[in-house]
Ligand binder design. Structure first.
Ligand SMILES: NC(=O)c1ccc[n+]([C@@H]2O[C@H](COP(=O)([O-])OP(=O)(O)OC[C@H]3O[C@@H](n4cnc5c(N)ncnc54)[C@H](O)[C@@H]3O)[C@@H](O)[C@H]2O)c1
Length: 314
């Protein structure tokens, strides 16, 4: 008989916490959640209900149920009964400080505490935990967290290897694709990659080279289609034909270096932010955003299902 999945605490149930809650429930875990916002419990139950059809299409674990969600009156209460804590409080250092200290105080020493933090580094989070910093790390997901498989596992200076292995194993067991980030850097790995692309996108809009809509078309109807199947480096290798990446770098390397040297260095001033926001408004004029998200998520589920059937794609 296989052991029941361990109870998980999801602390902070906004956008990201709700995604984690839905996913853990779908994979058969009991979830004990906490969020101090007024109306947080009904909002969470509503969000889980909205995510459930997509998760059902992807396949629920045996015994998985929305009814296995309980809501507690404090973060500590949730952490005390969990065997894994996923923290998703606001990205504010003072709030994280108080929250992580409370979680560290309440959770049994063996319980890993993973923070979804996009910006804080794990060693900073560990410094907030006086009792057992060795069980703290970053487990950074991507929105929508119940569907996007990637999670970045980032240990801090004092994180125990055992905790890293436990987090990698748990995330894998719920269908995530964890990658281990080997050095602490602002933005971990993937937001740095996104920032590199956003940087040039913002610069091109600022310079009037392309509209927001054109830039999004360039990616979503261009390389973005390939990037969902193979990453940018394997795709680059394949674009070299029989000669592979070595050939690409030999003949396209020098111009690529020139492009890299010419990339913009935009500053996110209020004027540039305004330009980008107006560009998004123009691109979405007449579009029902709720339907857009529903259609995106439905196609995402199709793609995830097809990818799961692949035999060679990494
Ligand atoms: N939104 C994203 O795309 C994204 C992606 C990956 C990671 N993250 C990270 O996830 C975390 C949460 O981000 P979000 O986008 O879900 O924010 P959010 O504002 O949607 O949710 C934060 C939640 O924390 C709650 N909260 C406030 N004080 C709290 C406390 N003391 N204890 C517990 N909960 C408390 C709030 O009521 C709110 O519901 C952040 O660390 C962020 O960096 C966000």
């Amino acid at each position: 008989m296989t052991a029941a999945p361990p109870p998980v605490a999801v602390v902070g149930t906004g956008v990201i916490g709700a995604g984690w809650t839905a996913l853990f429930l779908a994979r058969g875990h009991d979830v004990v959640a906490y969020d101090p916002a007024p109306g947080a419990e009904p909002a969470l139950r509503g969000a889980v209900g909205e995510a459930w059809p997509a998760l059902t299409r992807l396949g629920l674990a045996r015994g998985a149920s929305i009814d296995r969600l309980t809501f507690t009156a404090s973060a500590g209460e949730a952490a005390a009964v969990a065997m894994f804590v996923q923290e998703n409080g606001p990205e504010r250092r003072d709030l994280k400080q108080r929250l992580l200290a409370e979680l560290d105080e309440a959770a049994v020493p063996e319980t890993p505490i993973a923070s979804s933090s996009s910006g804080l580094m794990p060693s900073q989070l560990q410094a907030m935990c006086g009792r057992h910093p060795e069980r703290v790390l970053v487990g950074h997901p991507f929105h929508p967290a119940h569907l996007i498989p990637l999670v970045e596992v980032v240990p801090g200076e004092r994180t125990d290897d055992r905790v890293v292995r436990a987090a990698m194993a748990l995330y894998t067991a719920i269908g995530k694709r964890p990658i281990l980030v080997r050095q602490e850097l602002p933005g971990h790995v993937t937001n740095r990659l996104q920032a590199a692309l956003w940087r040039e996108a913002y610069s091109l809009v600022e310079r009037g080279v392309a509209t927001v809509a054109d830039i999004d078309t360039a990616i979503s109807h261009g390389p973005g289609l390939r990037w969902a199947l193979l990453g940018p480096l394997l795709n680059q290798h394949l674009s070299g034909g029989a000669g592979g990446l070595a050939h690409v770098l030999e003949h396209l390397g020098p111009p690529t270096q020139e492009w890299m040297d010419d990339l913009g260095q935009p500053r996110l001033t209020p004027a540039l932010a305004d330009l980008l926001i107006r560009g998004v408004d123009d691109a979405l004029a007449g579009v029902d955003q709720r339907r857009l998200v529903t259609e995106r998520d439905a196609l995402l589920v199709d793609l995830l299902q097809r990818k799961a059937q692949g035999t060679v794609l990494p």
